[in-house]
Write a protein of this length. Sequence first.
Length: 298
Amino acid sequence: MNIFALFIKSMRMYQWVKNTFIFAPMVFSLHRLHLDYINYIKNSALAFILFSLVASSVYVLNDCFDRKMDKRHPEKCKRPIASGQLKIPIAVIGAVSLLMAALFAIFHFNVNFFVISIIYIAMNIIYSSYLRKIVILDVMVIAVGFVLRVKIGGEINNIELSVWILIITFLLAIFLGLIKRRQEFIKTNMAEGTVVTETRTTLKKYNLALLDQLISITTATTLISYIIYVTNPDIQHKFHTKELYLTVPFVIFGIFRYLYLTYSKGKGENPAEVIFSDLPFSVNIIAWVIVFIVLIFY
């Protein structure tokens, strides 16, 4: 495999699905798009691509930083940088060049988008250096990253975001993060009771009982927050409909389906894998979007 292919692989483009949160403000503001509909889509699509390049650059740099730990991980050791196929100097030069180019384009596209991107990069540096070693906070920082993605979607289209959208995003991201930690904990804790590997130090501080408790709390608060959002009089007035509660079953099914795939099928460590591999889950997301749009324009 040539250097370019190895670098592309290190970019983890399958993780770009996380950046679809950038489109959320557009979806939740369809009632006001009208003649700007095409521009909203163009702006969101461009922001998605540019931020994905930023995120991929950070992934590559993180892989360089975590190379020694990744070598001891049963899956991460296969990554180009951890395996030694892609040399660190080449990876760093490529990542920094890509990052600078993306930030240059972002700055000329939208200054607020640029500021958020800088915050995202700084947060990842602090996370990789220190915060990921602090139990619970390691998951919360990742959740903030998703909130920043939603903020980007709002800034590029000048959309005023409801505080409930940000709260729901934060809670949903924590939900996904806790499940990821749970599956990592199970995978790295051998049945015989051997010590947790050192590839993620916070796993030593978690246990299944705690993770399951936190997942239960986050599941409930996420659902309650969404129900409050769709039944809020201000939101109903904003969308000119009182029928948004009809989307609640789709949200319940989506979260419950994810829990089923986690506890019964052993999935959940990689959210992107669940989204792309589980047909009922994927269809449910599409159905939710369609019903939401229909209710807005009905």
